[in-house]
Design a protein around this ligand. Structure first.
Ligand SMILES: CC(C)(COP(=O)(O)OP(=O)(O)OC[C@H]1O[C@@H](n2cnc3c(N)ncnc32)[C@H](O)[C@@H]1OP(=O)(O)O)[C@@H](O)C(=O)NCCC(=O)NCCS
Length: 218
């Protein structure tokens, strides 16, 4: 039997995650959110139950969480890293986060999908790709054969990673970006919307066609 799931974060990414779970037939009990203005509201017809205090005990039978914090791809916001921090904090006290696979994701049986990864509507994950724990392959993103995604990487909607690309932990590949085969994107690197990546990118913010480093630290 499927576990029941509470989605942590009732914003845009949380809504997409809840929708994917519901489409996959997983019961969703509601959301939690740290914004008290949302408490008591309904989102997709589901209740916003409260903040962290509204989570049942970590060992509640059959309860799992889903990470509803996404990444806006804005380089200098305090929210960068929040997704991983929140999940690691709740896992440390015993909560478990579920993997989310939309029924319209195409996932090779020869791909490895890490715990709590999220493969959203229309995404494609090809053979021998490895998706790290907590990573997001967002709407219609393509992860080609032999790609390696580290933990909490975000491949934003419509991005394309060609064969053998490796992306380090917590990097962000922006919406609609394209990464040429075999390249390496270092941990925490930010790739801008629509970039064409034709060389290795190790840290910082990269954007444009072809992509060039445009700023300092991501
Ligand atoms: C690249 C990016 C991280 C830069 O963000 P930022 O540091 O806040 O940068 P700014 O908006 O201040 O822009 C700085 C400069 O870079 C340019 N720039 C910003 N994003 C760019 C992009 N994607 N491609 C080309 N140039 C870009 C701006 O025009 C500006 O140029 P200027 O200095 O000549 O005026 C951001 O614009 C971006 O593309 N993020 C990805 C968005 C995404 O993936 N969203 C998915 C949500 S699910």
């Amino acid at each position: 039997m499927s576990p029941s799931v509470i989605v942590v974060g009732a914003g845009g990414h949380g809504v997409v995650v809840a929708d994917a779970l519901l489409a996959a037939g997983v019961p969703v009990l509601g959301f939690t959110d740290d914004d008290s203005h949302r408490h008591g509201q309904r989102v997709l017809g589901l209740p916003v139950l409260g903040g962290d205090e509204a989570l049942a005990a970590p060992d509640a039978p059959g309860l799992q969480l889903a990470n509803g914090i996404g990444g806006t791809g804005l380089a200098r916001t305090a929210r960068r890293g929040l997704r991983a921090e929140l999940q690691r904090r709740l896992e440390a006290i015993g909560f478990r986060f579920c993997t989310v696979v939309h029924p319209a994701a195409i996932v090779s049986r020869h791909a490895e999908v890490g715990a709590s990864a999220q493969l959203l509507a229309g995404s494609v994950v090809q053979p021998r790709a490895r998706i790290g724990a907590g990573a997001i392959v967002n709407t219609r993103a393509i992860v080609e054969h032999d790609v390696m995604l580290g933990e909490f990487v975000h491949v934003a909607p419509g991005a394309v990673l060609c064969g053998g690309v490796s992306v380090g932990e917590q990097a962000h590949v922006g919406v609609g970006a394209v990464v040429r085969q075999g390249l390496r994107i270092g941990p925490g690197t930010m790739i801008g919307a629509g970039a064409a990546v034709v060389c290795d990118c190790d840290g910082g913010v990269w954007a444009g066609v072809p992509a060039r480093q445009i700023g300092g630290a991501a």
